[in-house]
Design a protein around this ligand. Structure first.
Ligand code: HEC
Length: 454
């Protein structure tokens, strides 16, 4: 991490630590006849942005951006950024094509605090996160703007639920020191102890670990915090009745010479996806009333994959907080989606688009989707298959390393026989054909997600 950034972040962290509660100056809930855009203007920009982004202000001149009510919409929509690097990358301040515009909108890049590592390490010329030198917008405000962009960033119309703004928590930037997060007030904390990742080695390991939960847990928020260098982290359960690996023992996927460890591969056959992320810091909240049930005295398989292409040994370490709610508050029990396409070939020196349809033979409400692929992926799309919304794009990413965890509220409703289509494009720029495999130089095409039945 750059030094300047470190100071900026630790500064923000201090600022934030002094004032952890939402301040009393937080705006009152907006009137309900307002358009979504007007709410963004009146309840978010006015309080957090206009002090700098107003005519005559030096910051407005520097950024070429005025965010006062009379100007903001025209200055944002489909306008190229003033920032030259973002402009060269083809970004606009805010695009209007819905989901694909999310990754193409500079405004989104500038406020999406949870993605700060990607922002600063992949785009060091993109300037600072906004609001400049202040704590990030609340998670509710960020989500509200995100959904507005997904809805095509209209100037009129009430297109995003205002309840989202009730979430007044804020993303906390960690310092460079890796510290254990506080355990949840209700629920359990799981810790994958520090382990070494050798230079120029991808260490992927599993550890089947007790959660130490004497009672059933109804998990509706999952936080995952990892040391830097992680490629992914996944929690797996096992199909009932299958042979279980020994508890508390590290099972490496690769031998020191890089070959696969067959014994570890065998333990993967009966794994069932529970939750996963490729972001180093994840705080995923389920829709209210929806929870994953975790049986008393449960153990889960912790799967961590670190890719270390430096010449030093680096430490890996992961904390998971499973926050739970009382049984009486659960309206829907969540289930996991794990849709894995393992049957494909990507011919050498070629761009290939793969498409696979997954149909469901029950009624499902899908409220979370994300994707998993490796470094040759150019983009990954998910469409609805069948029903009134047949062909609708509901997920898009062009970033294999940081795919978003998409939240759908209301959930995507799929009837019997309907499903999801995964469509992914890869550029195999090597001279060898590629297929499904576990190294980050092999490829994958997976939809992870969560749903409930009515
Ligand atoms: C303390 C002053 C300040 C505040 C508050 C502030 N900004 Fe900025 N903003 C700047 C400066 C300076 C730049 C140019 C440097 C940069 O991009 O980091 C900028 C750049 C931007 C850009 C990029 C413009 C372009 O085309 O290059 C966007 C978008 C933006 N700000 C949005 C916001 C939003 C949204 C808020 C409120 C959530 C906000 N800013 C709050 C000072 C501020």
């Amino acid at each position: 991490m750059k030094k300047g950034l470190y100071f900026l972040i630790s500064g923000l962290f201090l600022l934030y630590s002094c004032n952890p509660e939402p301040s009393s100056t937080d705006p009152p809930p907006p009137p309900t006849d307002e358009s979504t855009w007007a709410t963004i203007q009146n309840s978010i920009f006015k309080q957090n942005c206009v002090s700098c982004h107003q005519p005559g202000n030096a910051f407005a001149t520097q950024s070429g951006l005025v965010l006062t009510a009379d100007e903001a919409y025209n200055q944002l929509i489909n306008i190229p950024p003033k920032n030259q690097a973002a402009k060269n990358d083809g970004l606009v301040r805010v695009g209007t094509t819905g989901l694909p515009s999310l990754v193409n909108s500079y405004l989104w890049e500038k406020i999406n605090a949870a993605n700060f590592e990607h922002f600063y390490s992949d785009h060091p010329e993109y300037g600072e996160l906004m609001p400049l030198n202040l704590p990030p917008l609340t998670n509710g405000e960020i989500e509200y703007i995100r959904q507005w962009i997904i809805e095509g960033a209209p100037e009129t119309g009430d297109v995003v639920s205002r309840n989202i703004l009730n979430d007044s928590t804020r993303f906390l930037f960690p310092g460079d020191e890796f510290t254990a997060p506080n355990p949840p007030s209700q629920g359990v904390q799981v810790h994958l102890d520090q382990f070494d990742v050798n230079p120029n080695f991808e260490r992927e390991l599993f550890k089947y670990q007790d959660l130490n939960n004497p009672e059933d847990l109804y998990v509706n928020r999952i936080e995952i915090i990892m040391r830097q260098g992680s490629h992914h982290f996944i929690l797996y359960d096992f199909t009932p009745g299958s042979a279980l690996p020994p508890k508390g023992v590290i099972r490496d996927l690769r031998n020191p010479d890089g070959s696969n460890n067959i014994n570890t591969l065998l333990t993967m056959i009966n794994q069932v996806f529970f939750f996963g992320t490729q972001l180093r810091i994840t705080d995923y909240r389920f829709p209210s009333g929806v929870a994953l049930k975790v049986d008393a005295n449960k153990a889960l398989d912790l799967n961590s994959h670190y890719a270390n292409y430096t010449s030093d040994t680096i430490p890996g370490e992961v904390y998971v907080n499973l926050h739970s709610i009382p049984r009486s508050e659960v309206q829907h029990t969540a289930k996991n989606l794990f849709l894995n396409n393992t049957d494909f070939t990507l011919p050498a020196n070629q761009v290939t688009t793969l498409s696979k349809t997954f149909k469901f033979f029950d009624e499902r409400k899908v409220f979370m989707l994300t994707s998993h692929a490796h470094q040759q992926m150019l983009d990954f799309k998910i469409y609805i298959s069948g029903g009134a919304r047949d062909g609708e794009l509901v997920y898009y990413t062009d970033d294999w390393e940081h795919p978003p965890l998409m939240k759908y509220d209301p959930p995507i409703s799929l009837k019997f026989g309907e499903g999801l289509v995964a469509e992914a494009t890869y550029n195999n720029n090597t001279s060898e054909d590629k297929g499904f495999g576990f190294l980050s130089t092999d490829e994958m095409m997976i939809i992870f997600g969560a749903y409930y039945n009515e």
